[in-house]
Design a binder for this molecule. Structure first.
Ligand code: ADP
Ligand code: MG
Length: 571
């Protein structure tokens, strides 16, 4: 069949250009990416076969082969996993569906033009380019694939310039083979010969050892002998990964790097995680968990409720993005849970009701929250990074996870007027409360500047009363959902009467106000009339010191910020 030529989508083309003219100094990771894709494809096939027993696919001997040919200078990564249909190939490989690509490329170009390679690498690392990273080491990449259950296969090929070809072909084995025509080896640097078995073993050991599928190395050499292109010499396949599940190995035998590589595999992130959490539960329901807190949020953190924890049963992956294992406000947590006593073909419906799963979910949430809390005291810098990226998500938990409310609050920190540079916990706030202060004061708003410069702040600043500066949209909601902290009510300083000072002071202020009210009665009445329907009431206030007037809402009214947010949500 004839090959059809397609053009890469603009962004894909630019990204490829950068890969071809390699800007990433650690080229070895291309193999990690191809193995990771192959492993995903095997996982997907097994899961699909578990769900659908009519699927016409061979799942008897699933593995990943890496075949090198030093004479032809090719490297092939082959799996007999789920494979891709023709449409899949065009859709998945020819385009970059990631949102934010254009913006990413812009930053990347700027970094390169400024000659800032470190920044450029950091960006690539953050973005992750998966399959395309093959073009760092190859001048041509060919992909031959057949989707499990389908009869015809597809060949995709590109030199990474502007176009790729797609062709429908018969007699393709199930799964995917990616063949790289390797760029010439730099003679000064034979260390980067990707046809060398030593090199391949080293890379697999470093990045992919834990992959549960067998990764087998086959070396070929010599001329192609017969007409049908059979290779000359081929070695017996040699399994080169230990396949040991990291979570089952004793803690002191696993290096941080190994944990990080597992994280990168499951998250498709190129950056190390901030924190690794291990759980080893013994007893009637045994399970192990390895959870990770990422250093940066995925692009769809606020647009998708997708969870990042995989469920294994006795080392066999049975479900990706398992929603039942983590609450929505911990959706950024990535990792693996491996349970001993669950059925391999357990359905989502049963999972939802399973008592053990609920127990696990509770334990995982508690452990993550306590880890965040600990991070704050032990590694404040890490915590600051974490909280900046994920704090707004964690706070969503205050709206509905009543059981863990205290644990969530203990993990939270807030900017306050006490020390704008040093966010505080509610605990710290309470410890600093002034004598006679009954409430925890806060003010919400769209930005720190808006809140800090609000006229509502004036009297509080004057009296040295600390106010929480809340600027995330979710803040408007949780402050209403959390009735109190250690017996102290949360009170917006923009609502109702500002209650400042001790009981005595309040009495005095009340008397003064009464007197003033009489003095200013005419003015207030006149203002009230002039403003008419615009306001409910005009009254004297003790909350201002330098501004002449401000608008306040009633205690039960929604704040202006929340009103905007609800409007944005179409309510
Ligand atoms: P990611 O793995 O982060 O999704 P990649 O660029 O590595 O991004 O791969 C893009 C997509 O191409 C994958 O999501 C997958 O759907 C498909 N793909 C890549 N390699 C394979 C493979 N070996 N088998 C099946 N599908 C694959
Ligand atoms: Mg990938």
């Amino acid at each position: 069949m004839t090959a059809e030529t397609f053009e890469f989508q603009v962004e894909a083309r630019r990204l490829l250009q950068m890969m071809v003219h390699s800007i990433y100094s650690n080229k070895d990771v291309f193999l990690r990416e191809l193995i990771s894709n192959a492993s995903d494809a095997l996982d997907k096939l097994r899961i699909e076969a578990l769900r659908d027993d009519t699927l016409d696919a061979d799942v008897s001997d699933l593995h990943i082969d890496i075949e090198t040919d030093k004479d032809a200078r090719t490297l092939t990564v082959r799996d007999n996993g789920i494979g891709m249909s023709r449409d899949d190939v065009v859709g998945l490989i020819g385009t970059i569906a990631k949102s934010g690509t254009a913006e990413f490329l812009q930053k990347l170009t700027e970094a390169r033009e400024a000659g800032n390679t470190a920044a450029a690498e950091g960006l690539i690392g953050q973005f992750g380019v998966g399959f395309y990273s093959a073009f760092m080491v190859a001048d041509e990449v060919t992909l031959l694939t057949r989707r499990a259950g389908e009869t015809t296969g597809t060949r995709w090929s590109s030199t990474g310039e502007g176009t790729y070809t797609v062709e429908t072909v018969d007699d393709v084995p199930q799964g995917t083979a990616v063949t790289l025509r390797l760029k010439p080896v730099d003679n000064d640097n034979r260390l980067f010969d990707y046809t060398s078995p030593w090199k391949i073993k080293e890379i697999v050991k470093r990045y992919s050892d834990f992959i549960t599928w067998p990764i087998r190395l086959i070396t070929a050499s010599g001329e192609k002998k017969d007409e049908d292109g059979k290779d000359g010499e081929k070695s017996e396949p040699e399994t080169i990964n230990s396949r040991q599940a990291l979570w089952a190995r004793p803690r002191n035998e696993v290096s941080d790097e190994e944990y990080h590589e597992l994280y990168k595999h499951i998250s498709h992130d190129w950056t190390d995680p901030l924190e690794t959490i291990r759980i080893h539960a013994e007893g009637t329901f045994e399970y192990q968990a390895l959870l990770f807190l990422p250093a940066q949020p995925p692009r769809d953190l606020f647009s998708s409720g997708k969870r990042g924890v995989q469920l294994y049963v006795k080392r066999v992956l049975i479900m990706e993005d398992c929603e039942e294992l983590v609450p929505p406000y911990l959706r950024f947590v990535k990792g693996v849970v491996d349970a001993q006593d669950l059925s391999l073909n357990i359905s989502r419906e049963i999972l939802q009701q399973d008592r053990h799963i609920q127990m696990m979910r509770r334990r995982l949430a508690k452990k993550v929250l306590s880890t965040i809390k600990e991070m704050r005291t032990r590694q404040p810098e890490k915590y600051t990074t974490f909280w900046r990226e994920f704090g707004p998500v964690v706070k969503e938990g205050l709206l509905n996870d009543f059981e863990n409310r205290d644990a969530i609050l203990a993990a939270c920190s807030f900017v306050t007027t006490h020390d704008a540079e040093k966010p505080a916990t509610l605990q710290e706030y309470v410890e600093r409360m002034k004598e006679g202060q009954e409430h925890i004061f806060y003010l919400t708003g769209p930005s720190r500047a808006a809140v800090e410069n609000s006229p509502h702040m004036e009297a509080f600043r004057e009296k040295g009363l600390e106010v929480l500066v809340l600027t995330d949209p979710v803040d408007e909601l949780w402050v209403d959902a959390v009735p109190e902290f250690q017996g102290r009510k949360l009170r917006s300083i923009a609502k109702g009467e500002a209650e400042l000072g001790t009981a005595e002071e309040k009495e005095q202020a009340k008397a003064e106000r009464e007197q003033q009210r009489q003095e200013y009665a005419d003015l207030l009445a006149w203002l009230g009339e002039r403003l008419g329907d615009e306001v409910k009431e005009v009254r004297l206030s003790s909350r201002l010191t330098t501004s002449p007037a401000c608008v306040v809402s009633d205690t039960d009214d929604v704040t202006p910020g929340l009103r905007n947010m609800l409007r944005a949500m179409g309510q």
